[in-house]
Design a protein around this ligand. Structure first.
Ligand SMILES: *[C@@H]1O[C@H](CO)[C@@H](O)[C@H](O)[C@H]1NC(C)=O
Ligand SMILES: *[C@@H]1O[C@H](CO)[C@@H](O)[C@H](O)[C@H]1NC(C)=O
Ligand SMILES: *[C@@H]1O[C@H](CO)[C@@H](O)[C@H](O)[C@H]1NC(C)=O
Ligand SMILES: *[C@@H]1O[C@H](CO)[C@@H](O)[C@H](O)[C@H]1NC(C)=O
Ligand SMILES: *[C@@H]1O[C@H](CO)[C@@H](O)[C@H](O)[C@H]1NC(C)=O
Ligand SMILES: *[C@@H]1O[C@H](CO)[C@@H](O)[C@H](O)[C@H]1NC(C)=O
Ligand SMILES: *[C@@H]1O[C@H](CO)[C@@H](O)[C@H](O)[C@H]1NC(C)=O
Ligand SMILES: *[C@@H]1O[C@H](CO)[C@@H](O)[C@H](O)[C@H]1NC(C)=O
Length: 906
């Protein structure tokens, strides 16, 4: 009932500490620290002597203080030079774009204390700097932009001998980014580009202190395949030991594997002799009895294991061991594989069970600002939406994202991004990027090694796509595969997200990228062409995701809002970027106006958008779910997209402010674990079961009525359900008898438990949408004839009574409040598309995020329905619920008793 709760203390990362004290950043072997923040300035505004500037005590009074991982724009926002409310409003960002200051390098500089001692070694770790960088410490250049290249170029640099006691100064000169030339993080047609193209120190930079031997990241390999055959799991831990000395050293690696239950811990140990200056890959075996298996959220728990190891060094066989380095790693025990089925479509298997991917494409913030709390909220929405996977297209974010996904059970399909520099191979005539030269393969190798090392132990990992729209050439494929192998990668590796071609070494991708990206009607998904429900659709959707009015007003000026509903073919700055196929809402609006009629107000337009968006996301997920075990199975669908990099008008399931909308609840219904759905093409009813184990007797009630509430047909269907399968169970009768518009209600009931599992209402036109499949292009399929929903404009007005129910003992559970709202339709006609909002009483702002059990609901004549909403925080007294709908009077539900009590108490 409550959204996923997390104990944030679980998320404290590794041995790395963030440091505020004026003492040394690190002071003993095995310690690491993040550079706690930076002062930044444009190279155009300061003298060009990096050796001098990288000495302590330079004059930096004009510089801007930013966080440990801020792009230039991200830093200027954190620092208050810009504010995103203003920047995101209307076309304000245009004023900044292309300014000369972003076409020159930016300098990041930080001073910190150190206390080096004899026999201690220091390493600087970068995890990617956009686009490339020169690095200086205390006046000495330790890396050049030839080495430190690319957003994912993680490197280690030896600082021993340059680090000095007392004040030290690290300086990074980050070069400007051009997406066509550099391995950066481009947005292609997602949104306008950030003015700085993401330039800067966007990931942490760390300093590590060790004794004579360093131990690198622990990799965790298990032999687990499926829960029915393993009561013992063998674990191999691998890492590199680096001997910094010109002598032979002996190293003992000791540690503990701790399970989710304390008693499960087991001990690891290994002894190694390293030659002078040797770097050696070592492995240690361990075994875990009665392993607790990690499952994707809908299928089970997410038990996590932890391994903590330390490396003790001895100069001689008999010498005293001293702590040299230590390492911590979380991991989960699960098995993921993928294969091409007999239709050459990719299918995933998790822990031995077929895993139909229902997911959406994730976007980072436009300025790469990463906020852990925001990410938790996004992942809660993912789970509340019933999705099991997110796809990251070359936006790999930070270790915290994978850790959250591990703890919450969200699968991650990740990989490199399309277009620009990343896919500038000789045969790709779509990408404008500068074609790869010899040095680019080195940059790609470093990026693959680094990302593989970061991701390898995470159970949330579903696979890595080494290409997106195009497949890598053979040389790049070898580079990627060698790097993955070096990092003991166990998860699936897939050539690309499309069927255009493939490298021999990987074979076909089995994923289609055939659109749509723009509006198509709901019956599209039940077709058998293009993006319809068969095979694996790596990025597809009807291009919907219109925010609610309260959000639109935050980023659109009055004139933008006028254009939105009155000029259907005019480009909008908050659609995809100018020049893309998605700069206007022409296709969407044509469908909307043809089916739902013209709008006489902005409010009416936005409400109709919610109906259209709801209809089409529901149909997409229902069709893919219905066909999970069809003769050509629908193995997966990634809705394009989950969320947006900034306040956006489309391609999202919730908006930038974390408000939900029509596309959200269409998806939430379409993905239900056990569900009953209407097939717009065959007019039949599907019984859907995504669960791992649910089975037994089910009853489906089917009711079809006219817009005035008059019954057309009804039936009760008895059937049996089985895990992860769907079947057609009934043909709806009387669709042709609908006058203007009718309503179909499906209710799925667990007979034994006497419990409704799913309730689902459709509005239907007697005239079907007719697609012109032969005219399809890469982003949509045109419609020859439109369905007619104009009858929804003048439904008879009905009387719906809302009641707010708060249990008197409503103390928050893990910080969550829960409300119930009972809606009762007192009339003999249906109440259409009732939308509930939870708002603060004092300023009428919306409570976000909020988790509604259902929304935009349609009530049958005389029907009573109870909805719940959960939200976080101690604001029970300050809450009102707004209720509005197409044919009901808007009302505000208050809990007067609670308010009175609160007033007394104050
Ligand atoms: C530091 O630089 C600022 C200008 O950026 C200047 O006003 C100030 O006098 C300088 N301080 C010193 C001590 O040189
Ligand atoms: C950002 O990259 C684009 C190419 O994708 C380039 O045209 C533009 O000039 C770059 N912007 C800056 C500030 O360098
Ligand atoms: C796991 O390790 C045990 C003991 O080391 C060994 O007997 C067993 O064969 C191993 N299992 C597999 C699948 O390798
Ligand atoms: C550490 O590992 C070594 C090598 O296997 C072993 O001899 C030693 O007893 C272990 N030490 C501890 C404290 O477990
Ligand atoms: C560790 O296990 C692997 C795989 O089971 C095996 O090949 C290897 O020989 C083992 N290594 C040690 C040191 O026992
Ligand atoms: C699958 O691909 C193989 C190899 O490319 C081909 O021979 C086969 O005909 C394909 N099967 C289908 C059903 O398309
Ligand atoms: C629905 O009708 C179709 C076409 O007449 C038929 O093939 C199918 O078996 C029917 N389905 C059910 C569940 O009755
Ligand atoms: C759509 O239905 C309305 C009645 O609800 C009717 O007046 C109108 O003519 C229809 N439009 C078309 C294009 O058939």
């Amino acid at each position: 009932m409550y959204p996923h709760t997390l104990t944030l203390s679980l998320l404290a990362l590794c041995a790395i500490t963030s440091h505020a004290e004026p003492g040394p950043l690190v002071s003993s072997a095995g310690q690491g620290a993040v550079i706690p923040g930076w002062n930044i300035q444009s190279a155009t505004l300061i003298e060009d002597d990096m050796s001098k500037l990288s000495q302590p005590d330079a004059n930096i009074t004009s510089w801007h203080r930013v966080g440990p991982r801020d792009t230039v724009m991200g830093g200027l926002l954190h620092n208050g030079v810009h504010d995103d409310k203003t920047l995101f409003y209307s076309e304000n960002m245009e004023q900044l774009a292309g300014r000369a200051i972003f076409q020159a390098p930016w300098i990041y500089r930080e001073e910190f204390m150190m206390k080096p001692s004899e026999g201690q070694y220091f390493t600087l770790k970068t995890h990617g700097i956009t686009s490339k960088a020169d690095i200086y410490l205390n006046g000495v250049q330790i890396a050049s932009s030839e080495q430190q290249q690319g957003s994912y170029g993680g490197h280690k640099y030896d600082l021993t001998g340059i680090i000095k006691p007392g004040s030290n100064c690290l300086l990074i000169k980050a070069y400007p980014t051009n997406y066509l030339r550099d391995f950066a993080m481009g947005f292609v047609d997602w949104n306008p580009y950030p003015p700085d193209n993401g330039t800067g120190v966007w990931r942490n930079v760390e300093i590590f202190q060790t004794g004579p031997v360093s131990m690198l990241t622990l990799r965790v390999i298990t032999d687990f395949t499926d829960p029915t055959v393993n009561d013992n799991v063998n674990v191999t831990l691998k890492t590199e030991l680096v001997n910094h000395t010109p002598r032979t050293v002996h190293v003992e690696v000791n540690g503990t594997i701790t399970g989710p239950i304390q008693a499960d811990s087991s001990v690891i140990a290994g002894m190694f002799e390293l030659n002078p200056s040797e770097t050696r890959t070592v492995s240690i075996n361990a075994s875990i009895r009665n392993p607790q298996i990690w499952w994707p959220a809908g299928w089970g728990e997410q038990p996590m294991y932890n391994v903590h190891a330390s490396a003790m060094s001895r100069e001689t066989q008999e010498g005293q061991p001293i702590l040299s380095d230590s390492s911590i790693q979380d991991f989960g025990i699960r098995h993921v594989s993928s294969h091409l089925n007999e239709h050459n479509d990719t299918a995933f298997v998790v822990n031995g069970y077929p895993f139909q991917v229902l997911g959406a494409g994730y976007s980072p913030d436009m300025f790469m600002r990463f906020d852990e709390k925001r990410t938790i909220n996004i992942f809660r929405y993912v789970l509340d939406l019933g999705l099991n996977t997110i796809r990251l297209e070359g936006k790999q974010e930070h270790p915290e994202l994978y850790k959250l996904a591990d703890y919450m059970g969200v699968m991650i399909l990740t990989g490199w991004e399309c277009c620009d520099k990343w896919e500038a191979w000789e045969y790709n005539h779509d990408a404008d990027g500068v074609k790869w030269g010899d040095q680019d393969y080195e940059i790609a190798r470093a990026a693959m090694l680094h990302e593989a090392e970061m991701m390898e132990p995470h159970p949330s990992l579903l696979g890595f796509l080494v290409g997106s729209d195009y497949w890598p050439n053979d040389r790049a494929t070898d580079v990627f595969l060698d790097a993955l192998k070096e990092m003991d990668w166990q998860s699936p590796v897939i050539a690309s997200a499309s069927k255009r071609g493939y490298p021999e070494a990987l074979g076909p991708s089995g994923m289609k990228m055939s659109g749509p990206y723009d509006w198509v009607p709901p019956n599209y998904w039940y077709g058998d062409d293009e993006g319809a429900a068969f095979g694996f659709g790596s990025e597809l959707g009807a291009g919907v995701g219109t925010p609610e009015l309260s959000s639109l007003k935050k980023f659109m000026a009055d004139e933008d809002l006028r254009i939105l509903w009155q000029e259907p073919d005019v480009g909008l700055y908050h659609m995809s970027n100018n020049g893309s196929s998605f700069y206007t809402r022409s296709i969407y609006n044509q469908g909307l106006f043809s089916r739902y009629g013209n709008s006489d107000s902005l409010e009416d337009y936005v409400e109709k958008c919610q109906m259209a968006d709801y209809e089409t996301t529901r149909a997409q997920f229902e069709a893919y779910s219905a066909r999970q075990n069809a003769s050509r199975p629908a193995t997966g669908a990634i809705y394009w997209m989950l969320n947006s990099a900034w306040p956006n008008l489309h391609w999202q399931l919730f908006d930038y402010y974390l408000n939900t909308m029509g596309s959200y609840f269409g998806t939430k219904i379409g993905t239900r674990m056990e569900h009953v759905a209407y097939d717009y093409e065959s007019q039949s009813v599907w019984l859907i079961n995504h669960s791992l184990q649910n089975e037994g007797e089910r009853e489906i009630s089917v009711d079809l009525i006219q817009r005035n509430g008059k019954k057309i047909s009804s039936a009760k269907v008895k059937t049996m359900t089985t895990p992860h399968s769907s079947k057609e169970v009934y043909n709806v009768t009387g669709i042709e008898k609908i006058q203007d518009v009718g309503f179909l209600r499906l209710i799925l009931r667990d007979v034994k438990e006497k419990k409704d599992l799913s309730r689902n209402v459709y509005w239907l036109s007697p005239i079907p949408d007719v697609l012109d499949w032969s005219e399809s292009n890469w982003y949509y399929t045109p419609v020859a004839e439109y369905a007619n929903y104009t009858g929804l404009d003048d439904l008879p007005q009905v009387n719906v009574k809302g009641k707010l129910k708060i249990p008197w003992d409503n103390t928050p559970v893990n910080g969550w409040y829960l409300f119930e709202v009972e809606l009762e339709n007192k009339s003999k006609q249906p109440a259409f598309f009732i939308h509930l909002n939870i708002i603060h009483n004092h300023d009428h702002s919306q409570v976000m995020p909020a988790y509604w059990s259902d929304n935009y609901v349609t009530l049958w004549p005389k029907e009573k329905l109870t909805l719940t909403v959960a939200y976080e925080g101690d604001i029970m007294h300050d809450i009102h619920i707004q209720v509005s709908g197409r044919n009901i009077e808007s009302q505000v539900l208050k809990n007067l008793e609670i308010e009175a009590l609160w007033d007394l108490g104050n």
